[in-house]
Ligand binder design. Structure first.
Ligand SMILES: *Cc1c(COP(=O)(O)O)cnc(C)c1O
Length: 247
């Protein structure tokens, strides 16, 4: 008989990381601080958004107790359940996943930010469905920087027209751009993709848009993103461990 400790079976929503939530949070904050210092920027100008898709409300709570306040979610139903379980915590919720038009109402009602605006119809619905008593929904347009047809986001060609339209919608405040470049092996390649996002952002500002947000950089490339001007990094794996089921 083998009476040794049984390996814990990992269920969706649990995390396999041997570090404590506080240690993982410190490590990510350290990476952000180092990249900020290297680029001559203030650490306080870069916000950490914890991308918590697939992780349970209990796991989110453990990180929130360590001081993390902003969480990004990709799936409406999953997010609403977590928000309900965590309503005693002062958290800010960002929607960062693809948006189907039949899901805009709960997003408009239950989130502070949306990073993944990629067509006018979605923006119009979110604006119309934003509750009258709430501040405008803070939004970013998702830019498809790698030109991959399978990926979300608008092309460079469509960006300015969409930005001009979104900026007129009363229920929304256009804050900037979000991008998820294709994974690249080295820092130079990663920086090149983020630099394109930054250039598109600068062009919109020159065109008259008052923007302050570049949502770019994830666990594998947040340093490159910060070096190119990211103001929000969206980090999942480095904070929570590997996701058990693929998304
Ligand atoms: C999951 C996700 C992230 C986080 O990715 P990691 O590589 O796990 O850090 C960031 N942004 C979006 C839109 C995501 O869906």
């Amino acid at each position: 008989m083998d009476n040794g400790p049984k390996p814990r079976k990992l269920e969706p929503g649990m995390t396999a990381s041997p570090l404590t939530p506080g240690q993982r949070l410190d490590a990510v904050r350290e990476r952000i601080a180092r990249a900020a210092a290297e680029s001559g920027r203030a650490t306080a100008d870069i916000r950490l958004l914890a991308a918590s898709k697939t992780f349970s409300a209990a796991v989110v709570r453990d990180l929130a107790v360590c001081g993390q306040r902003e969480f990004g979610e990709n799936y409406v139903q999953e997010a609403l359940e977590k928000q309900r379980e965590l309503r005693d915590m002062p958290l800010e919720w960002h929607f960062i996943g693809p948006i189907q038009s039949n899901k805009t109402r709960p997003i408009a009602e239950h989130f502070s930010w949306v990073h993944s605006i990629d067509r006018l119809k979605i923006a119009e619905r979110l604006s119309a469905q934003r509750p009258a008593g709430s501040p405008p929904l803070q939004v970013c347009i998702e830019l498809n920087v790698s030109g991959e047809a399978s990926k979300g986001g608008v092309s460079m060609n469509e960006l300015q027209e969409l930005a001009d339209r979104v900026a007129t919608l009363p229920g929304l405040t256009l804050r900037g751009l979000m991008a998820i470049p294709a994974p690249a092996p080295g820092l130079a390649e990663q920086r090149a993709a983020f630099r394109q996002v930054r250039a598109a952002f600068d062009a919109l500002v020159r065109h008259g848009h008052a923007l302050d947000t570049l949502s770019m950089g994830m666990s594998g490339d947040l340093e490159a993103a910060i070096l190119e001007g990211a103001t929000i990094v969206r980090v999942g794996t480095a904070l929570f461990g590997e996701r058990v089921h693929l998304v």
